[in-house]
Design a protein around this ligand. Structure first.
Ligand code: SF4
Length: 275
């Protein structure tokens, strides 16, 4: 069994927000996704993930265009370019959501025409080392506003609130890592809900960012400890317990997890489409 944690810098554990979140949800899923080799087979595509990926790709491509070419028509055409039907129920559902996604991204482009957004990073890889971890990840978009940078994360599912932006560990770590990587102050984090055209935002201060970093360090410590015990021959199921919950119904590892199968019936791949 190989370990997915990277100890390339002796005392520092290399983590991403996705890894920290997976561990927080279910340590067993963490083990299967990041440590078990060969990796267990994953479940098939789910429509909400497909839809989110298409919208992310279209918006990424939109911002690759010169400012004057970011028109609603080009935006809608980019949804067509990157469309995938994986995980949808049938052609009728595909048509409905493809039309919706075209409208969402076109409306987003319309708003852009007037707000003077200056994107300085697209799917930018950022990284920061603290005393205990190296936190890194890919930010959907980094904007420059005045003298500061802003972390922008696109959302296509449930409409988020400002409190979601405040509490999101990933956004806080991205802000710290963005500031360190691009060497410019970054305190503002935003969740751009593309279907509604709304923005949930939070402005962090030093204390709130420090609290998020400390929480990430504590979680990374738990992961590293479990991984080290596993490598030393510890009991894998004890070190990485299951955490059965309704989410087991859509967990991509459930076919290898008897506990999860018993905890919740399997959800259809399109079950959590919103709105
Ligand atoms: S099915 Fe549930 S318990 Fe099993 S790995 Fe997935 S989230 Fe964890």
């Amino acid at each position: 069994m190989q370990l997915g944690l990277d100890f390339s810098t002796p005392q520092l554990v290399r983590v991403t927000p996705a890894k920290l979140s997976t561990w927080g949800d279910c340590p067993r899923r963490y083990r299967m996704a990041y440590l078990d080799r060969p990796a267990p087979p994953r479940g098939g595509a789910r429509a909400p993930s497909t839809l989110g990926a298409v919208v992310h790709l279209a918006l990424r491509a939109l911002f690759d265009l010169p400012t004057g070419q970011r028109t609603p028509e080009r935006a809608a055409a980019l949804v067509d370019k990157y469309w995938s039907s994986e995980g949808f129920r049938d052609q009728e559902q595909v048509r409905r959501y493809r039309d919706r996604a075209r409208a969402w991204v076109a409306d987003y482009a319309t708003d852009l025409e007037h707000d003077g957004t200056e994107a300085v990073g697209l799917e930018q890889w950022v990284s920061v080392a603290t005393d205990r971890i190296v936190a890194e990840g890919r930010v959907d978009r980094i904007d420059r506003r005045g003298a500061e940078l802003v972390v922008v994360d696109y959302k296509t599912g449930r409409k988020p609130t400002d409190d979601d932006a405040r509490r999101a560990p990933a956004l806080a770590l991205y802000a710290v890592a963005t500031e360190r990587t691009l060497r410019r102050t970054c305190r503002q984090v935003e969740l751009h809900h593309v279907p509604s055209g709304t923005v949930a935002a939070w402005r962090h201060d030093d204390a709130s960012l420090r609290a998020h970093v400390q929480a990430a360090e504590a979680t990374a410590g738990e992961i590293a400890e479990a991984a080290a015990e596993l490598e030393a021959g510890g009991d894998a199921d004890r070190l990485f317990p299951t955490r059965p919950a309704p989410r087991c119904g859509s967990c991509d590892m459930r076919r290898s997890c008897p506990t999860g199968k018993a905890a919740a019936p399997e959800r259809e791949p399109w079950a959590q489409l919103e709105p």
